[in-house]
Design a binder for this molecule. Structure first.
Ligand code: RB5
Length: 196
């Protein structure tokens, strides 16, 4: 069944979308309406997750290895120092080892943020979210990447190489790191997640 609607993003953009209500289908962003010049988002631009020169960790299992290589280059292009925590080939490995490994690096402060890739993004994000202070968000498009930062203050982005194409994953990554946490009412909610 076709459904449609709109969301207002952290930057005041009105995002119109349309999709199929059945589980597993992606919503397509149809267009954005730019906010008025005085929409008041100027104070959020200093609250980005990372700045150029900061360290961002990246990790994957074998299913995510190829996309990890692409996203690593994207991060370097944005000016971040990238800590590649593996895996380093498409030889089968266990995603919990890499999800937990990256989460411990982020929680320990050796990296300010992280990017995780497995086949679906599900297993590796579950593993990361078991480490306190880590909020790993599984994203599927630019809207979920933006909301993960604006509303959930996610510090790790997870993506599934078998469900998200390369161009979409790159767009998600750019949006994730370009979006500040909105704060306000979302601060209380994020605190309720624990160890915010
Ligand atoms: C590996 O086959 C696959 O299970 C893994 O990459 C991931 O999709 C788990 O959630």
């Amino acid at each position: 069944m076709l459904i449609a609607g709109h969301n207002v993003t952290a930057k005041g953009l009105v995002v119109h979308w349309q999709g199929d209500s059945r589980c597993g289908t992606q919503h397509h962003i149809l267009g954005r309406k730019e906010p008025a010049a005085d929409a008041g988002d100027s104070d959020m631009t200093n609250d980005l997750l990372v700045q150029p020169g900061d360290t961002v960790a990246i990790a994957s299992d074998h299913a995510g290895y190829e996309l990890k290589t692409v996203l690593k280059q994207e991060l370097e292009g944005l000016g971040y120092v990238v800590a590649d925590l593996g895996t380093n080939s498409d030889t089968s490995v266990d995603y919990p080892d890499f999800g937990r490994g990256l989460a411990e690096v982020v929680a320990g402060g050796k990296a300010k943020a992280g990017v995780l890739v497995c086949g679906t993004g599900i297993g590796i994000s579950i593993a990361a979210n078991r480490i306190p202070t880590v909020r790993a968000a599984l994203v599927h498009n630019e809207l979920t990447a933006e909301m993960a930062r604006a509303h959930n203050n996610a510090n790790v982005m997870a993506v599934g190489a078998r469900v998200t194409d390369e161009a979409t994953a790159r767009a998600c990554l750019k949006t994730f790191f370009a979006t500040p946490f909105e704060g306000g009412r979302h601060t209380r909610r994020v605190e309720k997640l624990g160890a915010a």
